[in-house]
Design a protein around this ligand. Sequence first.
Ligand SMILES: [Zn+2]
Length: 422
Amino acid sequence: MKIYKGHIIFTKERQQFDVVEDGYVAVGDDGRVLGTSADLISLDCGDAEVVDFGDRMLIPAMNDVHVHAAQYHNQGIAMDFELLPWLSEYTFPEESKFSDVGYAERMYSRFVRHLWRVGTMRSAVFATIHTEGTRRLMELFRAAGMGALVGKVAMDRNCPAILSESAGDYVKGMEQLIADYGDADSLVRPIVTPRFIPTCSPAMLRACADVARRHSLPVQSHLSENKSEIAWVRELEPDSRGYGDAYRRYGLFGPMPTVMAHCVWSGAAERRLMRDGGVMVAHCPTSNFNVASGMAPVRTFLDEGINVGLGSDVSAGHDFSIFRIMVYAIQVSKMHYQQSGHQLPFLTLSEAFWMATKAGGSLFGRVGSFEPGYDFDALVIDDSDLYPEDYTVLQRLERFIYTGDDRNIALRFCRGREVKPL
Ligand SMILES: [Zn+2]
C-alpha cells in the first residue's frame, strides 16, 4: 500500500468538486484506490509509506475518448476543409502510409509521447486498417504503462483501394490482436472500430458486431458529425430511420460499451436510441470548429441521461490537451446558452472536469475518480509558477485548466504506477 498526500480534487458527482485540502489518498498494491481522507488515522493504513506532494494538487488523470493516432503527422494542418474533402485530400493519403510498419512505429511513438505529455493516461484510439501497425501502437502503449482501447479500423467501401480490406481479412486481423491483447483486465485492449457507415458495407458492419459480441469488446465510431455525411448515410441506408438507427440495426449501438464521436446533429429519436443503448458521446469541440461541423448539444445529452466524455479528435482537432478541450466545451455550451435564449444552462467547470475524468473514464472501467475501487490514475499538478498563494485550491485548479499547460504536470500515474516518458 502507498499513501499520497496533497490537495486532492475529483468529481464524484458532476455538479460539484470533492476537495480534500492537505488530504491523503491510499492506494493498494493492485493500483486501486482504497480511500481518501483528511487525516491518516481514519485511513487505517498502518505504517504504509507516505509520499508527500506538499502544496501540489492531486487530480484524476485525463481520458481522451476519441483520437486518431495515424493522423499525428497532420496535426495543425489542413484546416481549410469540411469533413468529406478533408478525409479524401489529407486523411486517407496519410493513413495509407501506415502499411509501412517503420513509419507506423515512428509516428505512433511520437503520438504516445504527446498523450503522456498532456496528462492523458487513457485513450480510445483509431489506428488504421493495418494489423501490424496497430499491433505496434498497442505495444507502445503497453511499454509506456498507459491505458488504451486501440482500434484497427474497418473500411471496405468509399475509400482508396489501398485502405480497403474485406470483412474476412478484418476479422482475421482482429483475432490476431485479440489473441495477444484480449484479456479483459489488460490496460491495452482492442476496440471494434468501423470507421463510419459510409466506409463500411453491410457485410463489414455485421462482421464488426459479431467480433464485438463474441469477444465482449467495446465499439467506437463516428455519428451525425456533418450534414453532408448524414445525407450520404440516408442514401446508403434507406431502410434505417437515421444514422444511429443504422448502427443499431447492425448491432453496433450497445449493449457493448459504445462511444460515438461528435453527435452534433443527433435529433430526439437518435438521442433516445443512444440513451437506451447506453451509448457514450465523445464530445470533440475543437474538431467541430475546425471542420465546421457545428455545436454538439451537450447540455441536452446530459439532461436526457446520455453519458458524455471529451475527445481531442486529433487531427480534425488540433489540440491534444483535454484541459483545453474542457475550456472549449464550456465555451460551446455558452453559445448554446445564448442561442437558446438562456434556456440551456452552460456547462460549469465541475461538469467539464467530470466529463474529462469520471464520465470519459467509465469507458475504461472504474477510472477517473478517487472513490474506493477506482484505478489510481492521477496527475500531480505543480502550479507554483501561476502565483497560487492568493487563491483557493479550486481557483488554483481553474487557473491551471484555463492558463496552465503540460509544464505544470509534475507526475503521472496510471493504475497506481508512475508513468515515465517513453
Ligand atoms: Zn474522428
